[in-house]
Design a binder for this molecule. Structure first.
Ligand code: G4P
Length: 531
């Protein structure tokens, strides 16, 4: 096995989560600079540039200048091979953003120091918690006026319910930003703006005990504040405990400024020291160890129209064990078919590279003739197991769909079902009637536009969407034991069913959910749908 094990163990696969504008893209770019993938930096997202980043697979993305889809970036740093799963940066993210987290072993959470925890971070964080994945926090934009450091940490603890452990500590912010204090080495690293350089630049590193030098470098006032804060911090913050970090109960926190390239490499090094090699994954026969098993993977995302000319679909897989060899045959478990994966590729920013091999921890995209579904397992022909499915995440926006031309019923149903199978939208029906009434649920409202656009362009069907006031959907966990018709809901509650016939409840606000649960003591509701 030798080399194989070494290759797997040097892999680190993580997702970056943040609220739009916190600096996720800037941080990713800086990571890439350290890895020598300089040609990629700047192409991660080209908001202001002509080079339209990550993906311009769909016209909608081009028109709006945003990235609807996620992408994967791979780079080398030291001896590590790092896979970054980028998630769409726009407010209108989709279920794919959530699913991306299912393919990562850890997450980096970027927070804007002047804002603290924001809405999108909160949502993505919930998914991390559900999977107990370790979270590493980078508090960004310290070169701008920031909120009080203790307050920021408190915000994370209260809002997200996770303990924090500062790895370093900022000295001032905005115009008064002097650098960070590294708690482990007890050294101060002075701030230097190296935005234009490619590497972290001429920062000085001085032991905090050298008080006179410290005072000279950062000023007496800043030094006094720092010394006070260190004392407070050592008394008040959670002890560093790697086990707790790995269980997702404690988040290490670093401060810096991605734009000026300060604190990024320090963060990257700490992160790589603490994060894990590719983790074992749960399958129906138990945990599958990445090193001890031959090739296996699961599909976490399906992307249509990667290439407009060919109307193709690409299935993204996370390799969970062993080595992928493009010449070998594999088994698609759900389709019960032995096959060769077609055109395996690595999707990097706007480039695609055909692969001949890849290892556990890596993400590959393969051409999908329409056979894969999200959550499917691929393994060696002789192996017989399936990975745990990916949950369905609760949409937050709902609309009733009507066809303009009722003669095109068939195309309409085919189109909407196919788009739903790719996981871009979820479709529901009235509980007691058939397909006449279709309700579409999406995680981000942009998906409504994507749906309309795709139905028109690919299926030649025009639709009208009528927004519905619901914001919450709940799966009924124990629907087999309950008479759905007898649930005593609030007046705004609506009963629907998904395409598999599972009953669900729609609510206008969270208060109604609580009320319904109060009125039906034996009802068990869930935010995540399971296969
Ligand atoms: P996102 O991917 O999380 O949405 O954020 P992105 O990196 O695009 O950053 C959002 C804005 O914040 C950008 O400015 C970026 O230059 C700025 N920014 C990122 N990190 C820092 C930082 O450490 N300090 C400061 N002061 N600003 C930072 P923009 O003007 O909106 O975008 P652009 O026109 O420069 O692309």
């Amino acid at each position: 096995m030798g080399n194989y094990e070494k290759e797997i163990n040097r892999r680190r696969t993580f997702a970056i989560i943040s609220h739009p504008d916190a600096g996720k893209t800037t941080l990713t770019e800086k990571f890439l600079l350290y890895g020598g993938a300089i040609n990629l930096a700047g192409s991660v997202k080209g908001k202001a540039t002509a080079r339209h980043a990550v993906s311009d697979w769909m016209e909608i993305e081009k028109e709006r200048g945003i990235s609807v889809t996620s992408s994967v970036l791979q780079f080398e740093y030291d001896d590590y091979c790092i896979n970054i799963l980028d998630t769409p940066g726009h407010q209108d993210f989709s279920e794919d953003t959530y699913r991306t987290l299912m393919a990562a072993d850890s997450a980096v959470m970027v927070i804007d120091a002047s804002k603290g925890v924001e809405a999108q971070t909160r949502k993505l964080f919930k998914v991390c918690v559900m999977r107990h994945i370790p979270i590493f926090t980078f508090i960004n934009k310290m070169d701008r006026d920031a909120r009080d450091t203790f307050e920021l940490l408190d915000d994370i603890e209260k809002e997200l319910g996770i303990a924090t452990c500062p790895i370093n500590w900022p000295i001032g912010s905005g115009k008064g930003f002097k650098g960070v204090y590294d708690r482990e080495s007890k050294c101060v690293i002075t701030f230097s703006d190296t935005e234009k350089g490619t590497k972290e630049g001429v920062s000085e590193r001085i032991p905090v005990e050298d008080e006179s030098v410290l005072r000279e470098l950062i000023g007496g006032e800043a030094a006094d504040t720092l010394l006070d804060e260190i004392e407070l911090l050592d008394g008040a913050s959670a002890e560093f405990d790697l086990e707790e970090v790995r269980k997702g109960n404690l988040t290490p926190v670093c401060f810096g400024s991605a734009l000026t390239n300060f604190g990024v490499e320090i963060f990257l090094q700490h992160f790589l020291n603490m994060t894990t090699t590719p983790l074992p994954r749960k399958a129906d026969i138990g945990l599958i160890d990445p090193v001890e098993n031959e090739f296996s993977a699961f599909v976490f995302k399906i992307q249509a129209n990667m290439n407009k000319a060919h109307r193709d679909r690409v299935a993204f897989m996370r390799i969970c064990s062993g080595r992928f060899d493009a010449t070998q045959e594999v088994r698609h478990v759900q389709g019960n078919k032995v096959m060769r994966l077609s055109q395996p590729q690595q999707i990097m920013a706007d480039e695609r590279k055909i692969l001949s091999e890849a290892y556990a921890g890596d993400i590959i995209g393969v051409f999908d003739p329409g056979i894969f579904s999200i959550g499917d397992t691929v393994c060696m022909p002789k192996a017989k197991f399936a990975y745990e499915g990916i949950p369905t995440f609760a949409p937050e926006h709902f609309a009733r769909v009507r066809q303009v031309d009722t003669m095109k019923r068939k195309q309409f149903i085919k189109g909407i079902e196919q788009i739903a199978q790719e996981g871009a939208i979820q479709i529901f029906q009235e509980f007691n009637t058939g397909m006449e009434e279709i309700i579409v649920g999406v995680v981000g409202v942009l998906q409504f536009e994507v749906l309309k656009y795709r139905l028109e362009n690919e299926y030649n069907v025009e639709i009208r969407l009528e927004n519905l006031p619901y914001e919450h959907i709940r799966w009924i966990e124990n629907h087999k034991d309950i008479d759905i018709a007898k649930i005593i809901g609030t007046s705004d509650m609506k009963r629907v069913k998904d395409m598999k016939g599972n009953p669900l409840l729609l609510f206008v606000n969270s208060w109604s959910i609580g009320m319904t649960l109060d009125r039906n003591k034996d009802l068990v509701l869930s935010e995540f749908g399971r296969e």
